[in-house]
Write a protein that binds this ligand. Structure first.
Ligand code: P6P
Length: 338
């Protein structure tokens, strides 16, 4: 049941009963993410004032210069999740390998693992453009009480039990799903409470926004080039509008609210696309499908793809169902033997 202005904490507890197996651990887990997001939000909002702008002088496994705020956000989320002993393992974009959380009692009875992109789109921080955090939660598949293994993290996205994002934009919002719809909560900064502002978020029936970095046009597969030309043609209800922020969370959030498709395809620079399957595409795909949309790699449903390694990249087509299906048709037609 949806109550106007319900707080995130009330909502989690009230909907706990819809969540099988949970013994309140998921509520604690979502609450720890909520708290970490408040702390990161505080830093993001004052990034221009203190020395946390710019690069941290290190690079992550992706070979990308780590921003100071990337490192800060990563440390905050990992510490928050570790100190509360709610999860048995964490994988992060910023860490080469996964982290095993040894419980104080050594026989860690926790049953969830979290995969996280602590600060996505962080290259936008220095230019004051919105960034976000993305998280994905699974039940472990190895025996409870034993150290987590890679197999606990390499589960297909259709096994996620919860996924969400925080968008640090003109307002800070936490959006998540546990498989019963997508709910958006807006932070009221003076009191540090999130209120239910977007119940049952769903893509509009039709979408007219396409989000893609057209600077890479010449490197795109022919099917993507054909789809972009389709979007730009002046007929039917086109041309569509091109909107690309360069921050997956922001582009996806806008497209769910307004209707649109986000595409990061394979290219000569990124043979398997740029986005990571485990902590960007899977959580966003779970949310998109729960909001009535669709997510694929241009051919296969993202949530059915069996991951092979932690930082695996994958082409990503995600948005309104009819827009994704049309883009997939262009991909198939371009591949068909002439
Ligand atoms: P490009 C940010 O680094 C990110 O992972 C997504 O948030 C964003 O949509 C994309 O990469 C931007 O990549 O190559 O267009 O700058």
């Amino acid at each position: 049941m949806i109550k106007k202005n319900q707080t995130l904490g009330e909502f989690i507890i009230e909907n706990q009963k819809y969540f099988e197996y949970s013994t309140g651990e998921l509520a604690k887990l979502l609450n720890s993410i909520r708290l970490a997001a408040k702390v990161v939000n505080h830093e993001v909002n004052k990034a221009g004032l203190v020395d946390i702008l710019g690069t941290a002088g290190a690079t992550n496994i992706q070979g990308e210069a780590q921003q100071k705020l990337d490192v800060y956000a990563n440390e905050k989320f990992i510490r928050m999740l570790t100190n509360r002993e709610i999860v048995c393992g964490i994988a992060s974009e910023e860490n080469d390998d996964f982290i095993t959380i040894e419980g104080q009692h050594k026989d860690n009875k926790n049953k969830y693992v979290v995969l996280i992109d602590p600060l996505d789109g962080s290259s936008n921080i220095d230019v004051n453009v919105s960034v976000g955090t993305i998280f994905s939660i699974y039940r472990r598949i190895t025996p409870v009480g034993t150290p987590v293994e890679m197999s606990d993290f390499l589960q297909p996205g259709n096994q996620q039990i919860a996924a969400g994002y925080i968008v640090y934009g003109t307002s800070t919002m936490l959006v998540y799903t546990t498989g019963y719809g997508v709910y958006g909560f807006t932070l009221n900064p003076p009191i540090g409470t999130y209120y239910l502002s977007h119940p049952k978020m769903r893509f509009p029936e039709k979408g007219h926004i396409y989000s893609i970095n057209e600077g890479n046009y010449l490197q795109f597969p022919q099917g993507v080039k054909d789809y972009i030309k389709y979007c730009q043609a002046e007929e039917d209800d086109r041309p569509y509008t091109s909107r690309y922020i360069g921050s997956l969370v922001s582009d996806m959030h806008r497209n769910i609210l307004k209707g649109g498709i986000y595409i990061y395809p394979q290219s000569s620079k990124y043979k398997n696309g740029k986005l990571r399957l485990l902590y960007e595409c899977n959580p966003m795909a779970f949310i998109a499908e729960q909001a009535g949309g669709k997510a694929s790699d241009g051919y296969r449903r993202i949530l059915d793809i069996q991951p092979e390694h932690l930082h695996q990249r994958i082409p990503f087509f995600c948005g309104n169902k009819e827009m994704v299906e049309r883009a997939e048709a262009f991909m198939r037609n371009a591949d068909a033997p002439k």
